[in-house]
Design a binder for this molecule. Structure first.
Ligand SMILES: Cc1cc2nc3c(=O)[nH]c(=O)nc-3n(C[C@H](O)[C@H](O)[C@H](O)COP(=O)(O)OP(=O)(O)OC[C@H]3O[C@@H](n4cnc5c(N)ncnc54)[C@H](O)[C@@H]3O)c2cc1C
Length: 380
């Protein structure tokens, strides 16, 4: 077993570090967070330097690399303190590469390669969250067209995306899962309206309620097979959980380093607070969690590269990393004391943002729901 990176990975990480130093300073991220703006300039720099097309097939202008390398890069961007800075675009590419038509692949991969956000993922509804099979948004197929009606909520980046990857149900089909299909719907289609939600976390991404009122599109907007949308969505979730876990790892590492540096210099009772064992214990537990997160993320990515089943592993990895990242960020805030609870402290932003990862992409409890059943089944 090798624990060192390959030469290619070292080179990519070095070049990403240089780019982060030039284009993604703490001041830049803090300003985006305060203004609730997306990291457009940084994404353009990522596009200009070729990072945004890593992982895509060559025929669409990409450079194939393995999942281990991709999560290393996603974790490194997050280590800068930027939430959701890199990685989700790979997820979007995977969805469309696997299930999309040739026309959809060309459109989505083309937009991705230009640094655009090609779609927002729309499955959550006011009445269907963790139980996404209970969604009610309808998709009625008639005369070569599909008519959508319903409401989605908490949709990340709905306002800055060109499309929605929408999950909707055919009301004529009975049962739950077999009625659900996946569609690629332009965000500016007539009949769609938005209400932006004012959320506590993830200020660099918008979140919206999205209303569909007789939105009518050609049937070619179907992604994959009619009635298989739920299975397709589950495949999406497995990779999404890995990307989220890698971002949690990076953000936790950032908070850990900030806290350790602060503990080394902050003087109380005539000595640095890092000399107190209660502070050292926090730092040690934080270091263990960061190390464990990295190992879990890299092993899970390796399993993806080997074509192994990620259902249980992905849920274990997401639960551990989201929960531990928040615990690390919380300890970091505690080490900073009062100043840690001001918006000027990076650890306060990481604390907010990692909290979001314990819900988005599947809650802590749903990760138990997924992995717990599999563990019991495997020991029956
Ligand atoms: C920052 C953020 C970004 C998001 N982005 C998107 C997006 O881009 N697209 C999108 O479609 N959705 C998105 N969501 C929605 C997200 O997927 C849902 O919030 C999540 O799946 C939980 O659903 P819910 O909020 O309806 O909570 P509910 O499902 O109502 O859950 C409420 C509580 O009950 C618990 N619970 C539910 N079922 C069980 C069970 N079987 N066992 C034990 N406990 C259970 C949950 O864990 C939770 O604690 C986002 C959410 C957040 C916070």
């Amino acid at each position: 077993m090798e624990f060192n990176f390959t030469d290619e990975q070292e080179l990519l990480l070095q070049s990403l570090d240089d780019l982060l130093e030039r284009e993604c300073s703490e001041q830049y991220i803090a300003e985006l967070d305060a203004a609730h703006e997306p990291p457009t300039a940084f994404r353009k720099a990522m596009y200009d330097t070729g990072f945004l097309s890593l992982g895509f097939p060559e025929q669409y202008g990409g450079t194939p690399v393995d999942a281990v390398t991709l999560v290393l890069l996603a974790g490194r961007v997050a280590r800068q303190g930027l939430n959701n800075g890199y990685g989700m675009e790979l997820l979007q590419a995977m969805d469309i590469l696997e299930f999309g038509s040739e026309a959809q692949r060309e459109e989505i991969l083309g937009l991705l390669a230009q640094g655009e956000t090609p779609f927002a993922l729309g499955f959550t509804e006011p009445g269907a969250g963790s139980d996404s099979s209970g969604l009610r948004t309808s998709a009625v197929h008639r005369d070569g067209q599909v008519v959508f009606n319903g409401t989605k909520t908490l949709i990340t980046n709905a306002l800055r995306s060109r499309n929605l990857l929408l999950m909707a149900r055919d009301p004529a089909v009975s049962g739950s899962r077999g009625a659900i299909s996946m569609y690629l719907v332009p965000t500016d289609a007539p009949g769609i309206t938005y209400n932006q939600l004012d959320k506590v976390v993830w200020h660099t991404a918008d979140s919206c309620e999205v209303f569909f009122d007789d939105v009518t599109l050609p049937e070619s907007c179907l992604v994959g097979t009619k009635g298989r949308g739920f299975e397709q969505l589950m495949r999406n979730f497995e990779f999404e959980r890995l990307v989220i876990a890698s971002q949690c790892w990076g953000q936790a590492e950032c908070a850990f380093h900030d806290a350790a540096a602060y503990a080394a210099q902050r003087q109380q009772f005539g000595q640095p607070i890092g000399q107190f064992q209660l502070i050292q214990q926090k730092l040690v537990d934080m270091a263990i969690k960061v190390e464990n997160m990295g190992n879990l993320v890299l092993k899970t990515a390796w399993m993806l590269d080997q074509g192994l089943d990620l259902r249980t592993q992905g849920a274990l990895c997401k639960r551990y990393c989201a929960l531990s990242a928040f615990e690390v960020a919380d300890d970091a805030v505690q080490i900073f004391g009062g100043i840690g609870l001001t918006n000027g402290a990076r650890v306060s932003r990481i604390w907010r943002d990692t909290r979001g990862h314990r819900v988005g992409g599947g809650t802590d409890e749903i990760m138990v729901h997924i992995a717990g059943r599999q563990i019991v089944k495997a020991h029956n």
